[in-house]
Ligand binder design. Sequence first.
Ligand code: SF4
Length: 479
Amino acid sequence: MNINVLTKSESFYNVYERKPGADKHVTHYCPGCGHGIIHKIIAEALDDLGVRDKTIFISPVGCSVFAYYYFHTGNIQVAHGRAPAVATGIKRALPDSVVISYQGDGDLAAIGGLEILHAANRGEGFTVIFINNAIYGMTGGQMAPTTLIGQTTATTPRGRDPQNDGYPIRMSEIIATLEAPVYVERVMLSDSKNIMRARNAIRKALKIQVEKNGFSFIEVLSPCPSGWKMSPLQAKKWVGEVLSSYFPVGVMKDISSEFKGRNKVKKELSRDEILDVLGVNVTEKIRPEIKEYSKREVSKEIKIAGFGGQGVLSLGIVLAYMGVKHGYKVSWLPSYGPEMRGGTANCHVKISNKKIGSPVVSYPTVLIAMNRPSLDKFENDVISGGVIFYDSSLIDSAPSREDVTIIPIPATRIADEIGSTKMANMVMIGAFVKYFDLMDIDYIVISLDEVMKSKKLVDMNKLAIRKGVEYLFDNILKS
Ligand code: SF4
């Protein structure tokens, strides 16, 4: 005789170790809250579809902000309303992943209203689970975009008045009017029959994603006993009798059988195509020996910082550009201070032989500090064992860290000697590249014209790079 033992879904952690406090076996949700039911439905569907390992669950700001305590999947917690943008990035980078954008009504229909509209309109290939409980639950029961007319909340104590507060927004109906979405359904957690309908809808939406058939959106009318100041039973009843009278349940749109393969599958551009798009001369073929560099194990996370006008951003661009030419994966992310002129600037550069997930460099392996404020600001962010290059002609005292390698380069003085202070950034490039032997210096010098906007000073830039190499060799590597 076969005996089936019902156990907790594998897509849930068995014990919620990430949850603070002593009780690691129960969720943080209020008794009677709909989130627990929906989590269970999603987890079981992921198990049955066999996609737990490639699922990325995006927790919003809202009561489900801690969903990562529970889901034994990839998890990301994102800024308020921004789940569709993050989901877009993940899904496009990893088209085989299963991405769930789980959002409440404040998150999706208020602060993230445009995010969801545009993601839906682009037909991104992820699944949205939209929890509509007609109130901001986490922050104490304020009016949400979906709060019903006459409903009392902390911010509508006399009931929502459309003259003053506008009307409840029917998101599913709006999403269903767009061309791209494939499947849009509203369900409710009012009773067992409707919970089963919710289960089927969520499964269908996830299956559409697994089969790469496009954007799906499930709205769930969900009880919030605490926000509504009701018992769990009253809340369930209110979902079925009141909430659903304004938000009718049912399929709003289903073209899933007609449209197959609607996922955004981006063709990866070749390096030459990218350079062509950027308007760069690609007639010269990349030399085979240059490409060999990228076969090395390289993972440099670089923060470059200095005053505006010191060429900090260009320094990063040249490194990133030359990294591409050498076959590395690279990213470059500029960051500006609030000042319009003379303020600080920094950029984040990553150079790696592996794919880069995020361009942000929070804890650099290498800091290039072109002035004192930048050194003071970022010195302590450098990881232990990292390297700090600093312009020793402008920074009179060396960094105090003892667990990193310190490389003083008098970049500004060298630049002045060859005729322009502006060349200090190129001196740093020469020293940096030589120190790590990341790229072919001769090749960088030859190809510099391609990346310099102004051709007037190219020769001086090339000389500055060579001077940086020379200085590093004579004063750092030899000693
Ligand atoms: S406030 Fe409402 S939505 Fe939030 S956990 Fe409690 S019942 Fe659930």
